[in-house]
Ligand binder design. Structure first.
Ligand code: ADP
Length: 197
């Protein structure tokens, strides 16, 4: 069974993912995979530099993801080019994760799972849900950015109500980390019971 784990920025996807890992579940984060795809010297990074020039490199010669996001945001016609380079490579890495993972069920973290209409790739979709005020506080503290920047990212993502409507399973992450740990344990028991049915 393959679970797609999603949620808005700062909702607690990575934290929940780590807690599932602690329970022995194989978890991969597509955001990490995308980062690996454009790391220094990869074919994808070279194609991006060829297209956009050195302006997309940071002082360590790595692709500056913020800069890349800015280009896509300001020139929407570049979006499909960038996606055509990164997405197939991420998909390849997800497939090799699925082939090599051997836990009873597996989790793939996909931040924009609903926004990209990719529900059909998963047997169940698990939403990590937090109130927006909590998302804003946690994400701005984590990233060291102002609350308005986080608000505008939240506004560009699907609404909380819509995500709650579309999810198969929901973990509410509005408490402390030990509460999140309990909720993850409970969801793990449920997924194990489904896997052994
Ligand atoms: P996401 O991956 O969805 O963007 P993270 O898992 O990185 O979110 O969580 C955002 C920030 O909030 C991180 O710094 C994380 O440690 C913190 N965090 C997540 N859940 C909780 C919680 N229940 N209590 C306190 N801090 C939390």
């Amino acid at each position: 069974m393959i679970i797609g784990l999603t949620g808005g920025i700062g909702s607690g996807k990575s934290s929940a993912g780590m807690l599932f890992r602690d329970l022995g579940i194989d978890v991969v984060d597509t955001d990490d995979l995308a980062r690996e795809c454009i790391a220094f010297g990869t074919p994808a990074s070279m194609l991006l530099v060829e297209k956009f020039g050195n302006v997309i490199l940071d002082s360590n010669e790595q692709i500056d993801r913020k800069q890349l996001r800015k280009i896509i945001f300001e020139h929407s016609h570049h979006k499909s080019f960038v996606e055509s380079i990164i997405h197939p490579e991420v998909a390849r890495k997800v497939n090799s994760f699925i082939a090599s993972a051997n836990s009873v069920y597996k989790i793939i973290i996909v931040p924009l799972l609903f926004e990209t209409n990719s529900q059909q790739n998963y047997q169940r979709v698990l939403l990590i849900d937090s109130p927006e005020t909590v998302q804003i506080q946690r994400a701005s503290a984590r990233d060291g950015v102002d609350q308005d920047s986080i608000k505008s990212i939240i506004n560009s993502q699907l609404s909380r109500a819509e995500k709650l409507r579309l999810a198969d399973d929901i973990i509410c992450n509005d408490g402390n980390l030990s509460q999140l740990k309990k909720s993850v344990k409970k969801m793990n028991d449920y997924y194990l019971s489904l896997s052994y049915e």
